[in-house]
Design a protein around this ligand. Sequence first.
Ligand code: QV4
Ligand code: CA
Length: 512
Amino acid sequence: MKLVILVAVFGLSLAQHNPHFKYGRTSIVHLFEWRWADIAAECERFLGPKGFGGVQISPPNEHIVLNDPWRPWWQRYQPISYKLCSRSGSENELRDMISRCNKVGVNIYVDVVINHMCGAGGGEGTHSSCGSWFNASKKDFPSVPYSHLDFNNYKCRTASGNIENYGDKYQVRDCRLVSLLDLALEKDYVRSKVADYMNSLIDMGVAGFRVDATKHMWPGDLEAVYSRLHNLNTSWFPGDSRSFIFQEVIDLGGEAISSSEYFHLGRVTEFKYGAKLGTVFRKWDNEKLCYTNNWGEGWGFMPNGNALVFVDNHDNQRGHGAGGASILTFWDSRLHKMAVGYMLAHPYGVTRVMSSYRWNRNIVNGKDQNDWMGPPSHGNGSTKPVPINPDQTCGDGWVCEHRWRQIKNMVIFRNVVNGQPQSNWWDNQSNQVAFGRGNRGFIIFNNDDWDLDVTLSTGMPGGTYCDIISGQKEGNRCTGKQIQVGGDGRAHFRISNRDEDPFVAIHAESKL
Ligand code: QV4
Ligand code: CA
């Protein structure tokens, strides 16, 4: 009997760690603030053909609409109801996107905001994305419905009612995160409303969830919610599939709550990964790339099977959340491409690529005054579509890092080397390193201030390979550097520290 329970519990928890990627795909892209119609088109014209595993979408539920500041991106982290109309589009557009992406083998993961509703100062009225009336000071959200009884009121013991000390786990879970009205997830009623919301998405065909502000919810409450979730829709996924769950817990150490409290429930965001990788590529704190020869658990990161990893996210690319100044974003594009390349080549974790929009960054004394700015929008506040330029980049302020040749090709690299162990490590005891993935791929970086010129064992079969960083294989042609691998697996590499991108990558499918 005990054994049966153990197997059942273990089986359930394991399932929620599986992203259910199709056809050996391996990466998620966060299309931050994209409209559903644009995501649907992007799945068909780009993500499906280029082997992306899935998309993390912005919160699809009804949210507050703010004028001051004008339509900040973060208004979507202030729910008003679980109706499915948001800045990204209507319920029909959401539904259409999910099925069109599923049809081309691209999964959808939904960012769910279930810890709270809008801020305490959110006012009264219908300034909400579906026009639902609400009253924040009375904690009245009739479109769910939630009343004041459904919030953590006196359970929170701080004077302000907000979280004041991250060293106190009761505050962190029972008080308000920056004044956001904190839901009483211990209540069966609240759990059922949240589970209904998530189930409506599962039934529409999504593959899983990014759970916002997980640190601020008790593991036991989440377990109760997750256990009510339906299996994934069998039109798209095998029977008995549990949704993929990755939980946002920022754990850089030194707080009352640790990521490990949530491992049994699903994967967890590993925030140390991007903070450390940024420090290494920037060469801060005397870090060197050669020290990453035990990258992953060897650096004190969580166990591989629990980790969801990324170089930057929508918060820390603009100074929100955590990670600090070392985070590498598209603003530091040369180093960003190298760091994303490193992440995608390395076997640790489930990888997520950030896809951003540009804003008028204005840093004064270390703080970006415009960290609130929403996506490229029309005068009436509606989000602009994502136009695709003739050279396949995006226009109108959409950065589309996921379309950059170097990043797009490394997403394919990860698919090609999937399941292969890390192999053939080499370094120069400084910032030049190389490693392979069995006999399927090899990558080499020069982040020193001098040239790299070295002959290495790659583990690859002999032949001529096309470097997928400086170019790519097109038909039987290579638009970039060519790398000759001898019959003994050895190859000569030269990378100037002044190259546009000082790294080279080859894989089994880039062989000419
Ligand atoms: C302000 C003051 C409060 C004050 C309140 C009074 O800061 O001290 O009590 O006014 O009304 C916005 C504003 C914030 C404002 C709040 C409530 O920025 O200044 O409070 O609204 O009106 C995003 C943004 C937040 C934003 C929030 C809601 O980052 O700035 O707050 O959306 O719109 C911790 C958490 C982690 C979290 C991270 C940012 O552990 O879970 O902070 N990350 C996730 C998301 C993030 C999101 C939230 C959680 C909240 O990734 O994008 O916050 O859903 O580390
Ligand atoms: Ca809470």
